[in-house]
Design a protein around this ligand. Structure first.
Ligand SMILES: Nc1ncnc2c1ncn2[C@@H]1O[C@H](COP(=O)(O)OP(=O)(O)OP(=O)(O)O)[C@@H](O)[C@H]1O
Ligand SMILES: [Mg+2]
Length: 277
């Protein structure tokens, strides 16, 4: 146990608030409350602190309603924290100047569970990706960059001409990843990116994310209710329960010897997802 009462199995833990070179994300005592009416308050995220190193794939795992997406949305500057602080590559998104908001949204990109809902069905795939491409400088031109991004995520360049409904769920998730990468982010938040896909597609998308993380040196925050998936993807994880971190550290260690009853239940309910080594 550390001084926050959270079981921590990480060997490299440097202390919760210590400044550290190479840090991508530094979250301290983060709280998000929702007022439910009649004076009732829900703490969706309750006093959460963690650090993510640059180039790391960091997992956030926990059952439905444990606060994972709320936490992600605060990092993405979509939901304002009730209290606590966030630093992303030295930038506090909630105290940044208005003129810095656009550059913050380029720095941190997101891939959601259901890419279809975030894609305009009338737009061609090429135009969807081009929207992001135009927000960053590309000396070879927009079309060339769209083609490069499609190839990067394993789709033929001719898919630029298609519409979202002509693609499978897995292919649409590849487009969502290409769209996120189009602005050349340093950090990619993936919120349940394979949960809506059938099992055969999951391994492919997980492998793609791992390849891209290595190739581009991205920092990835990977969110899942599935400890098995997180174990395959992440160097370090936090386990969330009712808004709080109950366990954190090396996912293999947590998987083989969970210290908390809640984590034991998560491990016991974990299906095995095939991912190539
Ligand atoms: N806008 C909101 N108003 C009120 N309560 C909310 C709001 N957004 C989230 N919550 C509540 O906060 C808690 C955490 O929700 P959150 O979506 O962060 O969980 P999650 O871990 O992402 O769950 P899931 O695995 O189902 O995606 C839940 O109890 C949810 O009902
Ligand atoms: Mg969620």
């Amino acid at each position: 146990m550390n001084d926050t009462g959270v079981h921590d199995t990480s060997m490299t833990s440097t202390g919760m608030n210590a400044p550290q070179a190479g840090l991508a994300i530094d979250v301290t005592s983060l709280v998000r409350e929702y007022h439910l009416g009649r004076g009732r308050i829900l703490r969706a995220v309750d006093d959460v602190s963690f650090q993510v190193e640059q180039g790391e794939t960091f997992g956030i795992v926990g059952e439905s309603g444990s606060g994972k997406t709320t936490l992600a949305r605060m990092l993405l500057r979509l939901v304002r924290p009730t209290s606590g602080s966030i630093s992303v590559l030295g930038v506090d998104p909630w105290h940044a100047r208005r003129s810095e908001h656009a550059s913050y949204h380029r720095l941190v990109q997101v891939v959601f569970q259901d890419p279809y809902s975030s894609m305009n069905p009338k737009m061609r795939i090429g135009s969807i990706i081009a929207e992001g491409v135009r927000r960053a400088p590309h000396p070879d031109g927009v079309d060339a960059e769209v083609g490069r991004l499609l190839e990067l995520v394993g789709l033929p360049t001719r898919y630029a001409e298609l519409h979202p409904h002509q693609l499978s769920g897995g292919q649409r998730q590849r487009v969502a990843i290409a769209r996120a990468l189009a602005v050349q982010p340093k950090i990619l938040v993936a919120d349940e990116p394979v949960s809506a896909l059938d099992v055969s597609m999951r391994g492919q998308i997980l492998n793609l994310l791992m390849d891209l993380q290595r190739e581009l040196g991205l920092t990835v925050v990977f969110i899942s209710h599935d400890l098995g998936v997180v174990r395959q993807m992440c160097q370090r994880i936090i386990v969330m329960h009712r808004g709080r971190i109950v366990e954190q550290g090396d996912p293999s260690v947590i998987f083989t010897s969970p210290q908390q009853e809640y984590t034991r239940i998560l491990v016991a309910s974990t299906p095995v997802v095939p991912v190539a080594p």
